[in-house]
Design a binder for this molecule. Structure first.
Ligand SMILES: Cc1cc2nc3c(=O)[nH]c(=O)nc-3n(C[C@H](O)[C@H](O)[C@H](O)COP(=O)(O)O)c2cc1C
Length: 219
């Protein structure tokens, strides 16, 4: 278990080696054991591969390369007023990420390049899309996060890697057209899944010291 947690990273370079449906079913069946408040199990997951995924990548990448700012967001990616220490952590992670992706911080095309890498799902042969009923509240969004983390850890047990991607919400209308999700659902994020591309830079994003985020009370 520690190995799965420690080896999970947001991988941004996948090989085109396919992932079997049996493997995906095994992982997703096991992940149904994720906890949720009141056992609502509020996540709705679409698993997209093959031609539908190729078509989605084509349409989303065309939008990214055209500089399309994306569909109106249904939830903010971050609070409008992000302050320290969150801004510091964000900036540090972004710097590490751009360096690993070989994108210059001052490159005027940086946003478009990043959007296009994301819209190609970093080459992954599978993307999971996690939706919630529009009626669900913050507690259920937390449940969906627990479910996705369970999925991502189980993927490690299968030798697979993943990258959660909120970026897909920029193209949520295109995603919904492909998966057939109706207006009653809100897209939380996509998760790219596959085998890591050999030789790609392996990014281990730093973390704040535990003393910044955990307090022991009572000994
Ligand atoms: C809900 C969620 C959405 C994310 N969205 C994106 C994304 O759109 N694109 C991306 O490259 N990484 C995305 N990430 C990955 C984070 O950048 C990454 O988890 C964080 O920097 C820590 O790095 P690590 O997961 O490699 O340890 C997302 C992560 C989460 C949990």
């Amino acid at each position: 278990m520690y190995e799965a947690v420690n080896s999970r990273r947001a991988v941004r370079a996948f090989s085109d080696e396919p992932v079997s449906k049996e493997t995906l079913e095994r992982v997703l069946a096991a992940a149904t054991r994720a906890p949720s408040s009141g056992n609502l199990q509020p996540w709705q997951v679409y698993v997209v591969t093959g031609e539908p995924l190729a078509e989605l990548k084509r349409r989303a990448t065309a939008r990214a390369l055209a500089g399309d700012p994306g569909d109106e967001r249904e939830y903010p990616m971050y609070p409008a007023e992000l302050t320290s220490p969150y801004t510091d952590r964000f900036a540090a992670a972004a710097a590490q990420r751009y360096a690993a992706l070989g994108i210059d911080r001052d490159d005027p095309d940086r946003p478009m390049k990043i959007a296009a890498l994301n819209s190609e799902a970093f080459g992954a042969p599978v993307v999971l899309f996690c939706y919630l009923d529009r009626t669900m509240g913050p507690g259920q969004w937390g449940d969906a996060g627990m479910h996705l983390q369970t999925v991502m850890l189980l993927l490690r047990a299968e030798g697979l890697h993943s990258c959660p991607q909120v970026m897909w919400t920029m193209y949520r209308r295109t995603v919904s057209q492909i998966v057939g999700a109706d207006d009653g659902l809100v897209l939380f994020c996509g998760v790219s899944v596959g085998f890591e591309k050999e030789g790609a830079p392996q990014l281990r994003t730093a973390r704040a010291d535990m003393t910044e985020t955990v307090r022991f009370i009572g000994g």
